[in-house]
Design a binder for this molecule. Structure first.
Ligand SMILES: Cc1cc2nc3c(=O)[nH]c(=O)nc-3n(C[C@H](O)[C@H](O)[C@H](O)COP(=O)(O)OP(=O)(O)OC[C@H]3O[C@@H](n4cnc5c(N)ncnc54)[C@H](O)[C@@H]3O)c2cc1C
Length: 461
């Protein structure tokens, strides 16, 4: 039986890569990480090659269908989904090729960080990825990319040395320092605004396979002491050490006494890439100054470190987040954390506080489109989650109130574009500051009709 998508089907590498509701592959493609978002594209193209992406883009524009792009499906706002439009799903595109001599990796646009880490760690190499291994490489990198290695090697996007991009009119372009350098600049921080990235090339660094973890948990009433200590500690921590703070519930992990499971706590985690003695010296001031209620100091495979939080963020949760940049953990910031953290209701809601500095601060801020200033000290992300829709509204309210209280202490109202839960033009403009006008001009060159608008959207000039 013929239907409206036959012409598109005929152009694809395999007609089965196109799925309509009810067809095999559709439900899997539209299931994204955030269970609170359930939009229904009228058609999904599960792309296997650049030509599928190009055909899908041309068809969608001809048919007047809205386009969404799915990498790992992790975006809180659910930008991977369109209601009634055409979804370009890159999940099948997962090829990863490591060149250990050149310390480079080529990675398709549908890979996850778990897949990339596994491939690069076979050679004792890594690039900055996120803290959860089932996040997509593509969305995270295009918006920035903060993880354990950000202080050692900068953001994920600062390690991109080239990319293949299918732009709105279906052309397949190389973006690098030598070719389409404006596009290359824009895709490193400017999000999914400029085209579908079907392949990234990253620079790699020697990491692991074992790294050193120091994990310390504190009771809620130790919060003030912890954060005042941490703000000084972070200043003196070696630049290549990963440092992470959190307001969370103690996990039901073997190293946590059972009576503490799921109870509110604060965390300080310090990861070193060198040997255990060096790490021991770096974490010694923590136990000298504070009495953690739980501590775990151990070598750990880098791939296991990257998966350590995976169970705290399972697929299908109802989730909402808002984030701010702050220059420092001032007394005002600490007061807000201490007031609002105890109001969280569900154990899966948590507040990761990403510590910047190091290579992130030292990178040339003008070299990429990433909006965060190099002197930002921390990204505070308030993430409210419930497994069931019941209680989700209350958790979302907790996020909003917490965030509103932090905003007066924040570095402007701009925020990290990967941590935006909804379209908000003013916040996107502020996220990019002076770079916004340049991004608008590049958007007008590669996507003048704003085909790629389901993202932290940059309006074409
Ligand atoms: C549990 C969890 C943990 C996270 N941890 C971190 C973290 O540690 N560090 C961090 O920096 N961020 C983190 N994030 C935020 C993350 O960077 C964003 O959610 C990002 O959008 C996820 O990318 P994705 O490919 O998985 O998402 P998707 O939902 O698939 O894509 C998001 C958007 O990115 C664009 N996009 C995706 N793939 C492509 C592509 N190939 N070409 C062009 N555009 C594309 C599209 O605009 C798409 O709408 C986390 C998010 C979650 C849910």
């Amino acid at each position: 039986m013929s239907n409206q998508f036959d012409a598109l089907r005929a152009e694809l590498t395999d007609p089965r890569t196109l799925c309509e509701p009810g067809e095999p592959g559709y439900d899997e493609a539209v299931r994204i990480w955030n269970g609170a978002i359930t939009r229904r594209p009228s058609v999904v193209v599960r792309c296997a090659a650049d030509l599928d992406v190009a055909a899908a883009l041309r068809y969608a524009q001809g048919a007047g269908l809205e386009v969404s792009v799915r990498g790992g499906g992790h975006n809180y706002a659910g930008f991977a989904l369109t209601d009634g439009g055409l979804m370009i799903d890159l999940t099948p595109m997962k090829s990863i090729t490591v060149d250990p001599d050149a310390r480079r990796v080529r990675c398709d646009g549908g890979a996850t960080w778990g897949e990339l880490d596994a491939a690069t760690q076979e050679h004792g190499l890594a690039v900055t990825g996120g803290f959860i291994s089932h996040t997509g490489v593509a969305g995270l990198t295009l918006g920035g990319g903060i993880g354990w290695l950000v202080r050692a090697f900068g953001l994920s996007c600062q390690n991109v040395v080239g990319a293949r991009v299918v732009v709105a009119d279906g052309r397949v372009l190389t973006a690098s320092a030598d070719e389409n350098s404006d596009l290359f600049w824009a895709i490193r921080g400017g999000g999914g605004n400029f085209g579908v990235v079907t392949e990234f090339e990253f620079a790699l660094h020697p990491v692991g396979p074992l790294v050193q973890l120091g994990l310390f948990l504190f009771s809620p009433d130790q919060g003030a002491e912890l954060f005042r200590f941490a703000r000084e500690y972070v200043r003196s921590a070696p630049a290549d050490y990963g440092v992470f703070l959190a307001g969370l519930s103690a996990p039901p992990a073997p190293f946590v006494p059972e009576e503490l499971h799921f109870t509110p706590a604060f965390g300080l985690l310090v990861v070193g890439l060198g040997d255990a003695d060096a790490h021991g010296a770096v974490i010694a001031p923590i136990t000298a100054a504070l009495q953690p209620i739980v501590q775990l100091v151990t070598p750990i495979p880098y791939v296991a470190l990257q998966q350590m939080f995976d169970e705290s963020a399972p697929w299908g949760l109802n989730s909402y987040e808002k984030a701010v940049y702050v220059d420092d953990l001032t007394d005002g910031v600490i007061d807000v954390i201490l007031e609002h953290q105890p109001k969280k209701i569900h154990p899966l809601s948590f507040v990761p506080i990403f510590v910047c500095g190091g290579a992130y601060a030292g990178a040339d801020a003008e070299a990429t489109a990433f909006g965060g200033r190099p002197d930002v000290g921390y990204v505070i992300n308030i993430s409210g989650s419930t497994p069931d829709p019941d209680g989700f509204a209350a958790e979302r309210e907790w996020v909003r109130n917490y965030w509103s209280a932090l905003v007066p202490h924040a570095t402007g109202i701009g925020s990290y574009v990967n941590f935006m839960p909804e379209q908000d033009e003013e916040r996107v403009r502020n996220a990019y500051g002076d770079k916004y006008a340049r991004l608008q001009a590049i958007k007008a060159t590669y996507d003048p009709d704003n085909v790629f608008h389901l993202n932290a959207n940059i309006k074409p000039a």
